[in-house]
Design a binder for this molecule. Structure first.
Ligand code: PGA
Ligand code: ZN
Length: 406
């Protein structure tokens, strides 16, 4: 397939900040689009994000370079872009621009083949095997802190993990109701009628300390007899707390060892707590591994998850799997900067026995490609914020793609 035009537009994300949309036109001048989300707590090794003016210039260079060329597959195009960029972090062409071109091109292929985006990805990267229904665990961020809120909580995300039970639409319905009862509980506690929300649609009220939100979720799960279906997950995003060898944890300066003991206590006090993402800064693989060893002694399945640590990068995933640092990895296509590399990271992770959680970013768009990526690679989990306004489209896409066939 040939691409004629590559255009970048400046659009708004769910936070009200700007991000980009990439549009390409095929030979017959049909347009295909991709909107690129934007993260606030980015890992150092993520693909670079070019601001709009530079993104426009990069798109013009890509357009000149690829016009008249035939690309047979997503891999074929991505390989060309990666070579053209020539830097490890995609600083010349921008991970946001490259992913936009890669994704819009995948949509053009899907149109040509009369398939869904996920089917194109599934065939090219995951061997075409996608039998049965797709019902991943849902990680939904219901209480926001860190850089996503202004309530002073050091922990960025307090999530519930919902396991599918019965029909998937009922499962999502249970999550919606849980989000409501949590809102009711927080209204009662704070006396506020209008609760402040964070960037991902979770509540951003004030709490006594960093553990209180965990206790709140723990109590509600028990009270409403949801222990079979609901667990708790945290994203510490610890890189944003780390300075001069210590973590600024709610006003306390904690060394890694003390922070680890804090987590050990939390897992002991909150039996529903099952997963902790980025518990230490992104160079601290040894601390991740030590925490993992501690959690091996706790009853139930417990996951240490890499996000800023592994940044959807196959080499880093391999390194930290070998170090015993993680049970699961977050997959964000824009950390990688092309669809090929994101799919390669998913395949690498599953070959190493790691779970994959395909994730949105805190600044989202209407583009629901993350659900297609998750469906294509049969991911064990999806992470999509609270089931609130700007994110509802992602939940609906998940319900649409649940079935084995389309
Ligand atoms: P970000 O954070 O999208 O703001 O980078 C999300 C996360 O850390 O998981
Ligand atoms: Zn994270």
């Amino acid at each position: 397939m040939r691409i004629k035009d590559v255009v970048v537009r400046e659009i708004l994300d769910s936070r009200g900040e700007t991000t980009i949309e990439v549009a390409i036109a095929d030979d017959e001048l049909r347009d295909f689009y991709a909107q690129i989300p934007s993260g606030r707590s980015r890992g150092k090794h993520e693909a670079a994000v070019l601001p709009f003016r530079d993104a426009e210039a990069a798109a013009a260079r890509i357009e000149r370079a690829i016009s008249g060329r035939d690309f047979e597959s997503i891999k074929d195009l991505d390989r060309y872009l990666i070579e053209m960029d020539g830097t490890p972090r995609k600083e010349r062409l921008g991970g946001n621009v490259m992913l936009g071109v890669s994704l819009a091109f995948a949509r053009a292929l899907a149109f040509e083949r009369k398939e869904e985006l996920w089917q194109v990805l599934n065939r090219e990267f995951f061997g075409g095997k996608a039998d049965g229904p797709f019902r991943p665990l849902i990680f939904s961020n219901l209480i926001n802190g860190g850089r996503h809120a202004r309530n002073g909580l050091p922990v960025q995300e307090y999530m519930v993990v919902v396991r599918p039970r019965g029909s998937y639409v009922k499962t999502v319905g249970k999550l919606l109701r849980f989000y409501e009862i949590l809102g009711d509980a927080l209204r009662l506690k704070t006396g506020e009628e209008e609760l402040p929300l964070g960037d991902e649609g979770g509540y951003a009220t004030a709490f006594e300390d960093a553990f209180e939100p965990v206790q709140t979720l723990e109590d509600l799960i028990t009270e409403h007899s949801l222990s079979e279906q609901f667990s708790i997950a945290l994203d510490i995003a610890a890189d944003s707390l780390y300075k001069d060898g210590a973590y600024d944890f709610g006003g306390l300066k904690l060394e890694a060892g003390t922070l680890r003991e804090t987590y050990d206590d939390w897992f002991e006090w909150a039996p529903h707590l099952m997963s902790i993402e980025d518990p230490f800064e992104e160079g601290a693989g040894d601390d991740f591994a030590a925490l993992r060893r501690d959690l091996a002694g706790v009853t139930g399945e417990k996951w240490v998850v890499g996000d800023d640590l592994t940044v959807t990068n196959p080499a880093l995933i391999e390194k930290y799997a070998a170090a015993g640092a993680v049970d699961a990895v977050i997959i964000k296509a824009n950390q990688a900067g092309t669809l090929s590399e994101a799919c390669e990271a998913m395949n690498k992770a599953s070959a190493l026995g790691l779970k994959r959680i395909v994730s949105h970013r805190s600044g989202e768009t209407e583009d629901n490609f993350l659900v297609h990526l998750a469906r294509a690679g049969n991911a064990e989990g999806v992470k999509m914020g609270a089931p609130h306004e700007s994110r509802v489209g992602k939940f609906n896409e998940l319900l649409r793609l649940e079935g084995g066939m389309v």
